[in-house]
Design a protein around this ligand. Structure first.
Ligand SMILES: [Fe+2]
Length: 374
């Protein structure tokens, strides 16, 4: 347990270079090509509604050798990662850029990390430590967001076992992050809602984590302020400057969670997300009010600090926000499938271990009862 008054975490990992302005995506190629002429760019489907990726990035400089791939959508799997690593080897790729939501960024990040790895990716997903750093990873999020641009893990699903967990290594931090709110204007409304609730959950869980420090608290609380004030109006109007604030808030929450970790919402959200095939942010939104109830006594004055930052009672606010965004109660009335698996994976999760209240089996049962009752 770290010193609760600690200013800094034991280890601090940050992106080396952050470009934060509208139009910054045009700088991606000139910056990336400093790492080598052979690059692989993985992007999401939504980006193409803004024109071709090549036109978005601007002309490729002479001598550059780029492979541009579109992710087919859905939660990324280890099999997809394996296929991407094969492409990297065949091409001799020197850097990997991800332009997309959390799935695209996580897949690109993991592929860059494992580019030089001697084992197959399923072994790292099973927990084998990464022996050697990979190649540079560049992140340009098109959602706000998972905070993947600021973290050193990639969440993937093993398609053989349906187990969703992270590959993690300190070498996985993005070398360059491009925060360009122009990339968010084509984001579909349900994605803005779900990813925004993920970001807000991450800011709240980082702020209340047992590993929180003065450093992570400052960033997490500012993330809570930006996300709470701008999520609903940004969802209503994705062309508005609210999206700049959401992108900043999501990035700050990502840095905060990278150093402070998360809590039980993320512990239970992974098994629930894989079993029910529901967007991660929607699962987070459903679980967050119950986790706040569980943790309220333990977090003490931090509850009041969050309420003061938001300008109203935290618990009332998160419930009203999720409902206003149309996220509702997705598990209400469904049968609880794989109860024992959900409990086991929640209790063994690193996120759950960072939760301010020590979580036991009874707590997980209590959350499941609250989530699934009509
Ligand atoms: Fe999350």
């Amino acid at each position: 347990m770290p010193d609760p008054e600690a200013m800094l975490p034991d280890t601090l990992l940050l992106p080396a270079h952050v470009l934060h302005t509208r139009g910054a995506i045009r700088k991606l190629l000139p910056e990336c090509l400093r790492y080598g002429r052979r690059g692989l760019i993985l992007h999401g489907r939504a980006l193409e509604t803004r024109g071709t990726v090549a036109s978005l990035l601007g002309p490729a400089p002479d001598g550059s050798d780029l492979v541009i791939l579109r992710h087919q959508g859905g939660e990324p799997t280890v099999a997809e990662l394996d296929a991407l690593i094969q492409k990297i080897h065949a091409h001799g790729t020197e850097w990997v850029a991800g332009i997309g939501g959390g799935s695209v960024l996580d897949l690109a990040k993991a592929a860059a990390a494992l580019a030089n790895a001697p084992r197959d990716p399923w072994q790292y997903h099973d927990g084998a430590p990464l022996e050697t750093p990979g190649i540079p990873f560049i992140a340009a999020p098109t959602t706000a967001g998972t905070g993947s641009e600021a973290t050193v893990n990639a969440v993937l699903t093993n398609e053989r076992t349906n187990c969703k967990k992270s590959i993690r290594d300190h070498s996985m931090m993005a070398r360059i992050v491009i925060l360009d709110a122009d990339l968010l204007t084509s984001c579909p409304h349900p994605v803005i809602a779900a990813s925004g609730m993920d970001a807000l959950t991450q800011a709240i869980e980082a702020f209340t984590s047992r590993h929180a420090t003065t450093f992570s608290d400052a960033l997490a609380l500012e993330g809570i302020r930006l996300l709470s004030a701008n999520l609903l109006p940004g969802w209503e109007n994705p062309e508005s400057p609210h999206m700049d604030a959401l992108l900043s808030g999501s990035f700050l929450a990502g840095i905060a969670l990278s150093s402070a970790r998360l809590g039980v919402v993320h512990g239970i959200a992974h098994p629930l997300g894989s079993i029910y095939h529901m967007p991660h942010g929607q699962v987070c939104a459903a679980c967050l009010p119950h986790a706040i109830d569980l943790n309220r006594e333990v977090i003490g004055r931090k509850y009041d600090r969050m309420s003061q930052t938001i300008g109203t009672d935290l618990q009332t606010f998160v419930r009203q926000l999720a409902s206003g965004l149309g996220l509702g109660r997705p598990f209400a009335g469904l049968p609880v499938k794989d109860r024992e698996r959900i409990i086991a994976e929640t209790l063994s999760s690193g996120s759950t271990k960072a939760n301010p209240k020590t979580i036991d089996r009874k707590d997980v049962e209590w959350m499941l009862d609250r989530l699934f009752r009509i």
